[in-house]
Design a protein around this ligand. Structure first.
Ligand SMILES: NC(=O)c1ccc[n+]([C@@H]2O[C@H](COP(=O)([O-])OP(=O)(O)OC[C@H]3O[C@@H](n4cnc5c(N)ncnc54)[C@H](OP(=O)(O)O)[C@@H]3O)[C@@H](O)[C@H]2O)c1
Length: 266
């Protein structure tokens, strides 16, 4: 099966490398890049065939993964539409670009729209995807495998759920880092060096995540376990509750979802 990735930037290269490393496709992956980055990519990325013209790598592809910025989508459609065919499966990672827009732009029906997040770059990504009705179950399974090569992949039923995932996993990396920043600020105020603070905070996060993953207890049950009566943790939680921190986080995720819907409609 042949894959062509359009756009050899952050996400395009992340997926190309993830899929290549996982050995999921028998054949070498092609990357289509603009003239400006083509030479550089050709010299740097020896695991891939790098092209700068659509006719050399689009007609022969079974799967095309579009990883350009959303505002370049139209230009890509115009560039490749004469070389695509209805059998090809199109996977898009472009935020806010609807399946119907891609179908109209490429005159083709088999579209997968996905929402990755930044940790995909280190193999810890969360990619949520949905497919148009003409994508078969077998194709969905292939897509899931390909996307999961950069972490985990989850299929959802609608594009609305893609917008909701944008408010959770897509933007979520920044929320976690924001919380970490709060703890780092506290550590700095306590007099720890930046390096010490980073170690304390990241290890605390990793530990909490693994504890939660490896056991059946809910988040509240774990919080209650840590909060002994009259102890220290309960004082922090009481302070968070007084400041509506949990509710603010939920509101933030909803705000990101609303913005994703807005961008999709613009
Ligand atoms: N980064 C994230 O965390 C993240 C998360 C979720 C979704 N996404 C989505 O992923 C997509 C890609 O983002 P990114 O951060 O990987 O962008 P990026 O690093 O800018 O990569 C896009 C690449 O595509 C190239 N390109 C533009 N037009 C092209 C064309 N007509 N033919 C071939 N190549 C073309 C760009 O070249 P030039 O630089 O020369 O224009 C650039 O090298 C976006 O749509 C974004 O919404 C990203």
């Amino acid at each position: 099966m042949k894959l062509t990735v359009i756009g050899g930037g952050n996400m395009g290269l992340t997926y190309a490398k993830g899929i290549h490393k996982a050995g999921l496709l028998g054949e070498t992956i092609s990357i289509l890049e603009k003239e400006t980055s083509y030479e550089y990519l050709k010299n740097e990325e020896k695991d891939f065939y790098v092209f700068n013209t659509a006719e050399d790598c689009i007609p022969s592809a079974d799967i095309i993964l579009i990883a350009v910025k959303p505002y370049h989508a139209r230009a890509v459609f115009e560039e490749i539409q004469y070389y695509t065919n209805p059998q090809q499966l199109i996977i898009s990672v472009m935020a806010g670009v609807k399946i119907s827009t891609i179908q109209q732009g490429l005159h083709t029906k088999k579209i997968v729209r996905s929402m990755p997040n930044l940790p995909a770059m280190i193999g810890k990504g969360m990619t949520v995807f949905t497919s148009s009705p003409s994508v078969t179950k077998k194709e969905d399974d292939i897509v899931e495998q390909l996307l999961a090569s950069t972490g985990k992949a989850l299929k959802v039923d609608s594009e609305d759920e893609i917008d909701k995932s944008t408010g959770l996993s897509g933007s979520g990396t920044a929320y976690i880092l924001y919380f970490m920043e709060g703890l780092m600020n506290a550590a700095s105020e306590f007099g720890f060096t930046n390096e010490e603070a980073k170690q304390i905070v990241t290890q605390t996060f990793e530990g909490a995540v693994e504890l939660f993953q490896q056991n059946d207890l809910s988040t509240s049950e774990w919080i209650n376990k840590v909060c002994s009566k009259g102890g220290t943790t309960i004082e922090a939680i009481k302070s968070f509750e007084r400041n509506n921190v949990k509710d603010s986080i939920k509101k933030g995720a909803v705000a990101a979802y609303n913005r994703a819907v807005e961008l999709g409609n613009s």
